[in-house]
Design a protein around this ligand. Structure first.
Ligand code: DCP
Ligand code: MG
Ligand code: MG
Length: 364
């Protein structure tokens, strides 16, 4: 069965958060600026809302120029800390939809992510589209923000599809539509091709994707080397086997699972937590690592997602500590809400390799 990959990208992310935080901005052109040490005159546009885009403002444009283009726009300084916090909450919402208990999930930037839903959707694109709609509904309801989703058989196609209908869209590219989707595109639009490659390709008379797909792979290898040459040929042909894989996964070990039914009975929740702890801890032992952070995730029946972490003052690899901290956090989360719980997760992070020294666990 071919894969079904979703790429989710938030719409005008920083500016959308600013709009949400200050209702008086509604209807105005909003520009978020990254000011340099030369003060307000020296900065560049980080992003702007679609009203500002209609006036010709775009990311990376000097703020001075943006002001000249649209003097009545509202200019705001970036608030990175706020955007990161919102991003983390959104990522947890989206992660709850990824296959393998949230493992087939790959954050690509502060406002975008890949997730695989082949198993959850049963390989059915209509179901995948419903999943995309649920993600959009959750993000809208819980964070009051919109996003756009691309659905395709691999990461490259999903990534390029998500920008097709922005803002607030869902674009599905079926396997038999991939060729038509790519064929007439300028090569620079192919995700993974930058300025340097674009110019080299232009020098070879290659301007659109079908030109690239039609070239002999050996010719591409002779110019770009084996790895890159092969990649160019494959990507232009719509082929991409790259797995959805969290880049930071080597620094985290986690598991998520659904309760047999939505509940907030602590014995049921803790017994599932025990199963997850067993699993996570056996992976910790197998990898011979210690951890410093412990994170519990709870997804309520209304899809609200809460995560809470605890950082230890030094790395350890003791199951008793993991269990104690996890129970404490879960107890707090159970006390702080009256809503039933749908799914829970536990994750350890900030991993350190156990070099030489034995962990307590090995003596038992
Ligand atoms: N960003 C930035 N500088 C850039 C590009 C982006 O600081 N040159 C920041 C601000 C954006 C965020 O990263 O809000 C996400 O980048 P996107 O490319 O996804 O752009 P937006 O989300 O703002 O808009 P779109 O609706 O086109 O996705
Ligand atoms: Mg975006
Ligand atoms: Mg983005």
């Amino acid at each position: 069965m071919s894969r079904i990959i979703l790429h989710v990208d938030m719409d005008y992310f920083y500016a959308a958060i600013e709009e949400r935080e200050d209702l008086s901005l509604k209807g105005k052109a909003v520009v978020v600026c990254m000011y340099s040490n030369r003060g307000e005159e020296g900065g560049a546009v980080s992003t702007c809302n679609y009203t500002a885009r209609d006036a010709g403002i775009h990311s990376a444009m000097p703020c001075r120029l943006a002001k000249a283009v649209k003097p009545d726009a509202v200019f705001l300084p970036v608030r990175k800390q706020l955007y990161s916090e919102v991003s983390e909450r959104i990522m947890e919402i989206i992660r709850s939809y990824a296959d393998n208990d949230g493992e087939l999930f790959e954050k690509l930037g502060i406002d975008e992510v890949f997730l695989e839903v082949t198993a959850t959707s049963g390989g059915d694109l209509d179901k995948a589209q419903q999943i995309a709609q649920s993600i959009k509904d959750d993000v809208k309801e819980l964070e009051d923000l919109t996003c756009s989703v691309g659905i395709g058989p691999n990461k490259i196609i999903a990534k390029m599809a998500s920008s097709r209908q922005k803002p607030d869209g869902i674009t599905v590219i079926r396997e038999d539509e991939v060729d038509g989707f790519l064929r007439k595109m300028p090569v620079a639009k192919l995700w993974g091709i930058g300025k340097v490659t674009e110019e080299k390709l232009a020098g070879m008379g290659i301007d659109i994707v079908e030109d690239l797909a039609g070239r002999d792979v050996q010719e591409l290898i002779s110019v770009f080397g084996k790895t890159r040459g092969t990649w160019l040929k494959m990507a232009a042909s719509g082929i991409d086997d790259d797995p959805v894989k969290e880049k930071t996964s080597s620094d985290q070990i986690g598991r998520m699972a659904s309760l047999t039914h939505d509940t907030r009975k602590s014995d049921l929740v803790l017994s599932l937590l025990d199963e997850l702890l067993d699993d996570v801890f056996s992976k910790v032992t197998a990898r011979s690592v210690s951890f410093r952070s412990i994170t519990i995730t709870v997804i309520y029946s209304n899809f609200k997602t809460v995560t809470k972490s605890h950082t230890l003052n030094h790395p350890i690899a003791e199951k008793a500590v993991l269990r104690e901290v996890s129970y404490k956090i879960m107890g707090e989360l159970l006390d702080s809400s009256t809503v039933n719980i749908r799914r829970i997760g536990v994750r350890v992070g900030n991993l350190h390799e156990n070099k030489g020294q034995k962990t307590l666990a090995e003596f038992f």
